[in-house]
Design a protein around this ligand. Sequence first.
Ligand SMILES: NC(=O)C1=CN([C@@H]2O[C@H](COP(=O)(O)OP(=O)(O)OC[C@H]3O[C@@H](n4cnc5c(N)ncnc54)[C@H](O)[C@@H]3O)[C@@H](O)[C@H]2O)C=CC1
Ligand SMILES: O=C(CO)COP(=O)(O)O
Length: 347
Amino acid sequence: MTKTKITVIGSGSWGTAIAILLAGKNENKVTLWTRREDFCKQLQNERENDKYLPGISFPENLSITSDLEKAVSKRDVLVFVVPSHSMRDIGSKVNDLIDNDPLILSASKGIEIDTLKPMSQVLADTLDNYNANTIATLSGPNHAEEVGKGIPSASVIACKKKIVAEKLQSIFITSRFRVYTNPDIVGVEMGGALKNIMALGSGISDGIGFGDNTKAAFMTRGVYEISRLGNKLGARSMTFAGLAGIGDLIVTCTSEHSRNRRAGKMIGKGMALEEITEGTNMVIEGFKTTKAANYLAQKTGTEMPITTEIYNILFNGKSPIEGVNHLMKRVKTDEMEEVVDTNMWRE
Ligand SMILES: NC(=O)C1=CN([C@@H]2O[C@H](COP(=O)(O)OP(=O)(O)OC[C@H]3O[C@@H](n4cnc5c(N)ncnc54)[C@H](O)[C@@H]3O)[C@@H](O)[C@H]2O)C=CC1
Ligand SMILES: O=C(CO)COP(=O)(O)O
């Protein structure tokens, strides 16, 4: 049997969990690429990623390299899982090394600040033989700590080109990781990126000491706000009711695993953003995404009150409590605002 040769680019928690998931299937031959040679040696010797995903052993079928040329050459699939701010750089490096036509998938969640583009579009900019229609994304309620252990999870692979989405679905799906396809890649990527802002908000609410009602309000009004911007960018509303929308929002706003929720909690308790980033080697995408979404809201004329308040708390020195008070005291409005069917009202 010819095995499917897959390289996962990025050895943080999520890249490692994806590599373990894929290597668990006999029909795959998986390589995990890591930036640093010393860390590569550590992973090869220990057969475990003690730094980012401790306690989960690598399957035999998984090899590790820090040689990007070797990692990219003659691959059937390349999975990009680096922090969003390094996607353009790594995409350009990979472009010079591709020597056949692998399927390309981004599993990162973020928006590039300079261009306001989601990750599949950043990759399309950097990979000469691909465009936004042929690149796919994976997104859903998937904490690495649980996927790595084989705890039942579900996710979405989105791509404009159906055959690409379906091939990747077959490669990723297992009895423990159920994968759906979706042609709405804009909605899937925006859902995955923007929910991190709401997770910061839920964490802030927990940090202040507010209750479950507050968190439910953040999540529900949050998904509405995400849909409003997503729709302006061409996404389908129903995508936000799915795994990459409300599904990911629920897990990130409530899970102890979420770095964004944890960071929000620290902010709610009075810690500064710099203190939090300095104290961790993990990526907290929500900080940069809040900046990008705030620009996108201004650019598209979209009202995003939660994003604006989180932005002011993170970057303009507003206190968390003031931010929440501001949201509570906003002008009275209808729940469905501009989409309300006015014919439903009765005198
Ligand atoms: N951790 C999770 O459960 C999930 C994470 N994601 C997304 O996956 C992406 C990667 O996150 P994680 O794997 O969690 O990262 P992580 O926070 O566990 O680790 C960060 C990783 O990024 C690497 N890194 C830092 N700067 C880099 C650079 N300039 N170039 C290349 N690599 C660099 C570090 O060496 C490390 O491997 C993010 O966009 C995140 O939102 C998506 C779904 C689940
Ligand atoms: O995207 C995630 C889960 O689906 C991971 O979220 P955090 O980056 O907040 O841990």
